[in-house]
Design a protein around this ligand. Structure first.
Ligand SMILES: *Cc1c(COP(=O)(O)O)cnc(C)c1O
Length: 391
């Protein structure tokens, strides 16, 4: 049997805290047991606080891709024009959903190491009258970059355009609020910065988004993809459209509690500080950051350009098999071009970062890259001088 890694520092799923593991391993309750109804209600309340929103929140019972497809399925009508912002693999993927549900895609794309410019969004909206929706990925995990969603949301609002925002790896790592950021449907997942297991989609839904879903010629109901079904059942009658993922809900309740105990602001500060230290470490090792500039580098993962003469299998394979550290590489069309240091959830901490940097250094030296051992770790440590003081 293959040995398990010492540390899972991938771009999600991530390692769970002992408390989360304990909480999710409680006995499985019948979903109409009053104790479970209480847990589900409490989890929805916590989610609103984590999203920092007064909008409705909906927890859909499958990996975050369900929430993303549901947004497109529930909002779009045939012929609707959608401005799809593409700065990475997930942004491009969303086009499939737009097309599947009859939308017409207008793409605004940048190279996958850059971020979308809100002025370019404005220009695209001016040049293409009649755009009804805008879709954007907040934190493009595979590109290790973030898009300025707050500014993009403001532009969308000016034009009366509804937004669908993938903040799967943004929530928890960045301080956001759907109202302030103009997010009509935001979709997050537990398995990234919140540090939970994969298996749920957490949505926040604006009043306008509900209106558009309702006023479609044939609103989507009676479907696993229906957000309206959750309003008709859970939100109105405290019933479920089908059995929810009981164990995943325990874990979600647990990670949301932990997030709120830390505080959303402190959590974002922690992710940002570790991401900065990771960048210092990567640069001090003589590697090139994947993101075109520091300002657009993500808080959840740090991308480094794959060093010349080394391939993904050598680097990540050796790191995993010899040193027990599992990290993510490039995904989709980025495969082989970069590797990513993971620092989400409990791994957004100096201990995990330094161990990770140290083992990457050892691996690179093993592979013949000329580096001075300890330089990356040293630079990261230097950047962590004020760790824990502001948080
Ligand atoms: C993780 C993630 C998703 C969900 O996709 P999976 O790879 O199936 O977990 C969607 N969007 C972004 C930006 C993500 O990071």
């Amino acid at each position: 049997m293959k040995a398990w890694p010492q540390m899972t520092l991938a771009g999600g799923p991530v390692q769970l805290t002992d408390r989360t593991l304990r909480d999710q391993s409680r006995p499985v309750l019948y979903h109409y047991d009053p104790a479970f109804i209480e847990i589900f209600s409490h989890t929805c309340d916590l989610l609103k606080q984590v999203y920092r929103t007064e909008y409705d929140v909906v927890i859909m019972q499958a990996e975050a891709i369900l929430g993303l497809e549901a947004a497109a399925a529930c909002l779009l009508s045939p012929g609707d024009k959608v401005l799809n912002l593409v700065s990475g693999v997930f942004g491009k993927w969303f086009e499939l959903f737009i097309e599947k549900y009859g939308g017409e895609t207008i793409e605004l794309a940048v190279p996958y190491n850059e971020a979308i410019d809100p002025d370019a969004v404005r220009k695209a909206l001016e040049d293409n009258p009649g755009i009804k929706f805008l879709s954007v990925v907040h934190s493009e995990t595979p590109s290790a970059t973030v898009n300025p969603v707050e500014a993009i949301g403001a532009v969308a609002k000016e034009f009366g355009v509804l937004t669908m925002v993938d903040t799967v790896s943004g929530l928890g790592g960045e301080l956001l609020s759907p109202e302030d950021w103009g997010m009509d449907i935001a979709v997050a997942g537990p398995q990234k910065c919140l540090g939970g297991p994969p298996g749920l989609s957490m949505l926040s839904v604006s009043p306008r988004a509900w209106e558009v879903m309702e006023s479609k010629k044939s609103p989507l109901r009676g479907s696993f993809l229906s957000i309206l079904d959750w309003r008709d059942t859970w939100m109105e009658k405290k019933t479920f459209p089908y059995t929810p993922s009981v164990t995943n809900i325990y874990a979600l309740e647990s990670v949301l509690e932990q997030a709120l105990e830390e505080g959303m602001e402190a959590m974002a500060v922690r992710h940002r500080a570790i991401a900065k230290a990771a960048r210092r470490g990567v640069s001090a090792m003589g590697l090139e950051l994947w993101a075109a500039s520091e300002e657009i580098a993500a808080s959840c993962v740090t991308g480094a350009v794959m060093p010349k003469g080394i391939d993904d299998e050598q680097l990540r394979g050796r790191l995993r098999d010899r040193y027990g550290v599992m990290i993510s590489g490039g995904y989709g069309e980025l495969a082989g071009k970069l590797f990513r240091l993971g620092h989400m959830g409990m791994a957004a901490h100096p201990t995990y970062l330094c161990a990770q940097l140290a083992m990457v250094e050892r691996t690179l030296a093993d592979l013949g890259v000329s580096i001075t051992l300890g330089q990356g770790v040293g630079a990261a440590l230097a950047s962590l001088e004020n760790w824990g003081e502001s948080a």
